[in-house]
Design a protein around this ligand. Structure first.
Ligand code: CP
Ligand code: NVA
Length: 298
């Protein structure tokens, strides 16, 4: 039984297989000859908001021949305290696969263990693996390859998105820099576990210098709303703007997993001048989700 629970647990060969499948599925959208999810019903179990991830999985599952149920945890007994392992054992007897967005990474892992159906991490507090696969695919499309490139993450370096970047960098051949204030740098245990190919600094200009990609994410991740004031004050200088982009390599990309808060982690000017890249990145979520689903069904 295959799952996609994290990039930590996904071997580089599987990442490469998913990216190659993405290319084929994107090129053949609308006239697929194989429908690997035919006669299947998948569940999307979400306890956090979502636009891109929800829509890309719902559309992707249908395009692969399957049916899908969106299950907000507000509406199912999980939200009233039914244990994850009981929910998983029930769902596993009815659904053919599950896509889960939640807080604790252990909940996704427990769901996979107890349900015995293919399970996908659609974002936890620890990782956002599907996002980084779509980002790598977008970099390949726009720059020809991610190999040998320098990708600089700017902002909250301690959240799920940079964590998945750290795991990707530990397995693939590109350079990762993370620019964040000390209080928002990745945990030393995570860096030690991932083991290298990473520069962490609070010097945003040095991190941007000569980079091929400047990447950012929200300053206030879902679940962190109580810290909003503190985060805005601490992360205030860690913004992608036109001046910073000038320090990057000629033709550098600005990327954002979205949703974006203009005037905070990125300016409106950069969002609009880089809209082709940023919204291709969002579209690629669909193509990657279909590749992940196809890979899981093999
Ligand atoms: N980037 C991303 O996961 O977007 P959503 O939260 O809208 O799904
Ligand atoms: N770090 C963000 C990612 C949103 C797609 C969050 O967890 O809210």
């Amino acid at each position: 039984m295959k799952h996609l629970l994290s990039l930590e647990s996904l071997p580089a060969t599987d990442m490469a297989e998913i990216l190659a499948l993405t290319q084929t599925l994107k090129a053949t959208r609308g006239h697929h000859t194989e429908h690997p999810l035919r006669h299947q019903c998948w569940g999307l179990i979400f306890s956090k908001s979502s636009t891109r991830t929800r829509v890309s999985f719902e559309v992707g599952i249908r395009e692969l021949g399957g049916d899908v149920l969106f299950l907000s945890t507000n509406d199912i007994q999980l939200g009233r305290g039914e244990p994850i392992k009981d929910t998983a054992r029930v769902m596993g007897r009815m659904l053919h696969g599950a896509v889960i967005r939640t807080f604790a990474q252990s909940d996704v892992e427990d769901f996979a263990r107890y349900s015995n159906i293919p399970t996908i991490n659609a974002l936890t507090d620890d990782e956002h693996p599907c996002q980084i696969l779509a980002d790598l695919f977008t970099i390949q499309e726009k720059l020809g390859t991610y190999e040998g490139k320098t990708i600089t993450f700017i902002g909250d370096g301690a959240c799920n998105v940079p964590a998945s970047w750290i795991w990707a960098a530990s397995k693939l051949n590109f350079n990762l820099r993370i620019a964040a204030p000390k209080a928002f740098q990745p945990a030393p245990e995570l860096i030690a576990r991932a083991g290298g190919n990473l520069v962490v600094t609070d010097d945003i200009r040095a991190a941007a210098e000569g980079a091929d990609v400047l990447y950012t994410d929200v300053w206030v991740s879902m679940g962190m709303e109580k810290e909003t004031e503190y985060r805005l004050a601490q992360l205030g200088g860690y913004q992608i703007n036109s001046d910073l982009l000038k320090l990057a390599a000629p033709g550098a990309l600005a990327m954002h997993c979205l949703p974006a808060y203009r005037g905070k982690e990125i300016t409106d000017e950069v969002m609009e001048s880089q809209a082709e890249t940023i919204f291709a990145e969002a579209e690629n979520r669909l193509h990657v989700q279909k590749a992940v689903l196809t890979w899981l069904s093999k």
